[in-house]
Design a protein around this ligand. Structure first.
Ligand code: PMP
Ligand code: GLU
Length: 386
C-alpha cells in the first residue's frame, strides 16, 4: 500500500545522529557535539524582538504564498547587491526552510525519467529529494586529489540527453571546500549551451574563510537565466527551527513553482517571515558570525591537522571538517560509534554523503567544546594505535 518511492528513501543520517546527540546531552552526558549541522548560538535578539512584535500585532495569518512582498523585495535586493544576481521580487519565493526550496525547485524542473547530476560527496538530502520527484540521481564522483570537486571534463562526460539539472553546493557540505570564480566559470562553459538548469545551493555563503570571496553561479554572464539559487536564514542567523529559506529563479520557473507552494505549504510561517525583515537591517551580524566561525575553524584545524590517522581537509567554508579515517582500520560507522560510546564525541559517518572511509566533524560549537573534542579525539586515536 505504501508508495515504493517513499519506502526506498533513507532516513536522514544527519538529523538522526544530531537528535541522538541532543538526547544524550539532555540526559546529562558530557557529549561534544561535532555532529550538528546548525550553529550552537541562539537566534539574535533583534530577530526575536521583531518576532515578538509580529505576534503582538497579530501578524498570524497566511501571507501571500510566495512570501510577504516586501520580504521578497528585500531578498531580491540582497541578491542584487551582495551576490550580483539580477533578481527582482517576482523571482524570489520564500519557503519553509532552504531544504523545501530545493525540493520545490526539483519538483518544478524534473519528471520521471530525467537525470539530475549530483556531485559526490553530497549533502544527504539531495538524492532522496530527486527520487521523491521520480527522477534519477546521477552521481558524479569528485576525487580526493581534485579536492572532491567536479571538473569540466568529468561533468561533460556525465551529461546525457536525459540530464535536466546539475546540483552545485558550495561552500560544500560535507567537504568544507568551495569553488573559485574560475572553477565556476569553467562549469558554466559546460552547461551554458545545453538544456540544463543549475540548482546552486549557497546556504553557507557567509561562512567562507581566509578572505575567500564567494561567487554566486547566477552572477556569471547569462547564467541567471538557467539557475535557481538557494539560500536561507538557518545558518547565518541561527534560525534552523524557524524554517525559513528561499529560492531565486527565472520568471518562468518562479511562476510555475509558486503553484507548488499554493497547494502544499500555502506560505512560510508568517512570524518567521516578519522576523526575517530585521535580518537585513543588521549588516554587521553576518560579519560577526563569519569571524566567530573563522576562529573556530582555525582552532579545529590547528588541533587536528597533525593527526595523520584523520588526514583532515582544511575547510575553506561551512562549519564542517572532513576526515579520511580509512587508515584507522575502522569503517566510518564503527569509528563514529566507538568515539561516541568511549569518548563522548559525536560526528557523522560520511556513508550517507556517498563516500565510505570518511567522517564529518562539525565545528558549530564553542571554542572550549572544540578544544575538548580535539583532546578526546587524540586520546581515542592513541588508543586505536596501541
Ligand atoms: N543545503 C545544505 C547544504 C544544508 O547543509 C542544509 C542544512 N540543513 C540545507 C540546505 C537546508 O537548510 P534549512 O535548514 O534552511 O532547510
Ligand atoms: N544540513 C545540516 C546537516 O547537514 C542539518 C541537518 C539536515 O537538515 O540535514 O547536518
Amino acid at each position: 500500500m505504501i508508495n515504493p518511492q517513499v519506502t526506498a528513501l533513507n532516513k536522514s543520517a544527519t538529523l538522526k545522529i544530531t537528535a541522538l546527540t541532543k538526547k544524550l546531552i539532555a540526559e546529562g552526558k558530557d557529549v561534544v557535539n561535532f555532529a550538528a549541522g546548525e550553529p550552537d548560538f541562539d537566534t539574535p535578539e533583534f530577530i526575536k524582538d521583531q518576532a515578538r512584535q509580529a505576534l503582538a500585532s497579530g501578524l498570524t495569518k497566511y501571507t501571500p504564498s510566495c512570501g510577504i512582498p516586501a520580504l521578497r523585495e528585500a531578498i531580491a535586493a540582497k541578491l542584487r547587491t551582495e551576490n550580483n544576481i539580477p533578481a527582482q521580487a517576482q523571482n524570489v519565493i520564500v519557503t519553509s526552510g532552504a531544504k523545501y526550496a530545493i525540493y520545490v525547485a526539483l519538483l518544478t524542473l524534473v519528471q520521471s525519467g530525467d537525470e539530475v547530476i549530483i556531485p559526490s560527496p553530497y549533502w544527504v538530502s539531495y538524492p532522496e529529494m530527486v527520487q521523491l520527484c521520480g527522477a534519477k540521481p546521477k552521481f558524479l564522483k569528485g576525487l580526493k586529489e581534485d579536492d572532491f570537486k567536479i571538473t569540466p571534463a568529468s561533468l561533460a562526460k556525465a551529461i546525457t540527453a536525459k540530464t535536466k539539472v546539475l546540483i552545485l553546493n558550495y561552500p560544500n557540505n560535507p567537504t568544507g571546500l568551495t569553488f573559485s570564480r574560475k572553477e565556476l566559470e569553467e562549469i558554466y562553459q559546460v552547461v551554458k549551451d545545453r538544456d540544463i538548469f543549475v540548482i546552486s545551493d549557497e546556504i553557507y555563503e557567509v561562512l567562507s574563510y581566509d578572505s575567500l570571496e564567494h561567487t554566486s553561479f547566477a552572477s556569471l554572464a547569462d547564467a541567471a537565466k538557467k539557475t535557481i539559487t538557494i539560500n536561507g536564514f538557518s545558518k547565518t542567523f541561527s534560525m534552523t527551527g524557524w524554517r525559513l529559506g528561499y529560492l531565486s529563479a527565472p520568471d518562468e520557473v518562479s511562476e510555475q513553482a509558486s503553484k507548488i507552494i499554493d497547494h502544499t505549504t500555502s506560505c512560510a510561517c508568517s512570524i518567521s517571515q516578519n522576523a526575517a525583515f530585521s535580518a537585513f537591517k543588521d549588516q554587521q551580524w553576518p560579519k560577526k558570525v563569519q569571524a566567530i566561525f573563522q576562529e573556530r575553524r582555525d582552532i579545529i584545524w590547528k588541533g587536528l591537522k597533525e593527526c595523520p590517522e584523520l588526514d583532515p581537509i582544511k575547510p575553506q567554508g561551512t562549519f564542517y571538517l572532513f576526515c579520511d579515517i580509512s587508515s584507522t582500520g575502522l569503517n566510518a560507522s564503527d569509528f563514529a560509534t566507538q568515539i561516541l560510546e568511549k569518548h563522548l564525541v559525536s560526528c557523522i559517518p560520511a556513508d550517507s554523503f556517498g563516500i565510505s572511509g570518511f567522517v564529518r566533524m562539525s565545528f558549530a560549537t564553542s571554542n572550549q567544546q572544540i578544544s575538548k573534542g580535539i583532546e578526546r579525539i587524540k586520546v581515542f586515536l592513541t588508543e586505536l594505535g596501541k
